[in-house]
Design a protein around this ligand. Structure first.
Ligand SMILES: [Mn+2]
Length: 401
């Protein structure tokens, strides 16, 4: 029995034993069949911490590694990833919702998915989706991507020196750590990397090697990984975890740069206005965000949706040119436009009442119509569409609504 299992078994539908057995089985499979593994990870703090944990454990158990950071999985990106020659592909903090696509595009090689986003079950024997949600845990509350990764690689190597990274990865869930997330927390405290401080009935976690709170450290790693996506940020962020030291100046520079670009684009939009259709309003930032990860378009569109000069009843659509080169992966086929769609507050209320169609449904259909690809949630979604199909995409949105 794991020392923490009494707290883990609290949920009534939780099967810790089965989950643990599956981790064990997968780790044996990986160890016996793999000498070279590619770690594919998300660009936020959770993804970065997951990657550091996985890389360190694989290397210390004698498995060679490669690493690629991906902002978002699209079919075209998944195919490129699996065309690189490795014995196995490990997805951390990303991939669980794309299991079917991965199965289709991964041929017969071993794939292990260590994620906590809403899962799709894997059907092929070479694709193992080890998402704790499949065993009754909640990816919103009990387990981060970093913890899902930690619990798996712990079967291969002693990784307690990076348990703190799992605590930092878990910061995105907010509040005191519960359930599975408490396992690495216990280890991190034991090896002296994390101190638990209580205030106002809530736990806070202080990461001793960084002299920083876990949530602020998480924000910094996310800035480095996502704002610095095209400037080698993910590599630097993962290395910061492995070295337990962070270049604070660089993080500050990136944060300031994003702030300046945002306020410049925002004031131009206020001055010249955004384009209005009947049900849809839209804008394009062209190359203004170049150099930063394309996730910033989503962040920007979300902020814009709250501004007074935006129509509160119309779907808000933002476009930006999608760089043809994906760092660490290379050139992708075709020319693409990244699209982010948000529902302003008033519209979001109507969507939640079922009176207007959900953003993700619209985006999925409209991107599909122009032979692109998109997904998301009821009030926020994003996708890639072939460059030049922007008007067709907008027209399709109008028609669908
Ligand atoms: Mn995550």
């Amino acid at each position: 029995m794991h020392p923490a299992s009494n707290t883990i078994h609290q949920g009534f539908n939780v099967d810790f034993m089965k989950y643990s057995e599956e981790l064990e089985r997968a780790s044996k499979l990986l160890r016996s069949s793999t000498s070279k593994v590619l770690v594919i990870h998300h660009d936020d703090a959770d993804g970065i911490c997951s990657a550091a944990i996985a890389l360190s454990a694989f290397e210390s158990s004698g498995i060679k590694t490669g690493r690629i950071c991906i902002e978002k999985l699209h079919p075209i990106i998944i195919s490129s990833l699996h065309s690189i020659d490795y014995d196995a592909y490990v997805y951390t903090d990303i991939g669980s919702g794309k299991t079917e696509l991965i199965e289709r595009l991964a041929d017969e090689k071993l794939v292990i998915i260590l994620d906590h986003h809403d899962p799709v079950t894997a059907n092929k024997p070479n694709v193992l989706n080890l998402n704790p949600e499949l065993y009754g845990f909640s990816g919103e509350r009990d387990v981060s991507g970093a913890t899902a990764t930690y619990l798996f690689v712990e079967k291969l190597a002693d990784i307690k020196h990076l348990a703190w990274a799992s605590v930092v990865g878990s910061a995105e869930l907010g509040g005191s750590l519960t359930s599975l997330n408490r396992i690495p927390l216990g280890h991190a405290v034991k090896v002296g990397d994390v101190e638990v401080r209580e205030s106002a009935g809530r736990e806070r976690y202080y990461v001793i090697p960084f002299r920083e709170s876990w949530d602020r450290l998480s924000t910094k790693l996310t800035i480095l990984g996502s704002v610095g996506y095209y400037a080698n940020g993910p590599k630097k962020a993962v290395e910061s975890c492995l070295k337990k030291s962070l270049n604070e100046d660089e993080v500050e520079r990136l944060e300031e740069y994003r702030k300046q670009v945002f306020s410049k684009v925002m004031s131009n939009l206020r001055k010249y206005g955004i384009n209005r259709g009947e049900k849809v309003q839209w804008f394009s930032v062209g190359d203004s965000f170049a150099g930063m990860g394309t996730k910033v378009l989503g962040t920007f569109t979300s902020i814009l949706a709250y501004r007074g000069f935006v129509d509160q009843k119309k779907y808000l659509v933002g476009f930006m040119n999608f760089p043809r080169i994906i760092p660490e992966l290379g050139e992708i086929e075709g020319e693409w436009t990244k699209v982010s769609v948000r529902a302003p507050k008033l519209l979001a209320n109507l969507i939640n009442k079922g009176m207007m169609p959900s953003v993700s449904k619209l985006v999925m259909e409209a991107t599909d119509y122009v032979e692109g690809y998109g997904d998301g949630h009821s009030t926020a979604a994003s996708g890639l569409i072939p460059k030049g199909t922007e008007y067709e995409f907008l027209k399709k949105l109008e028609d669908l609504i």
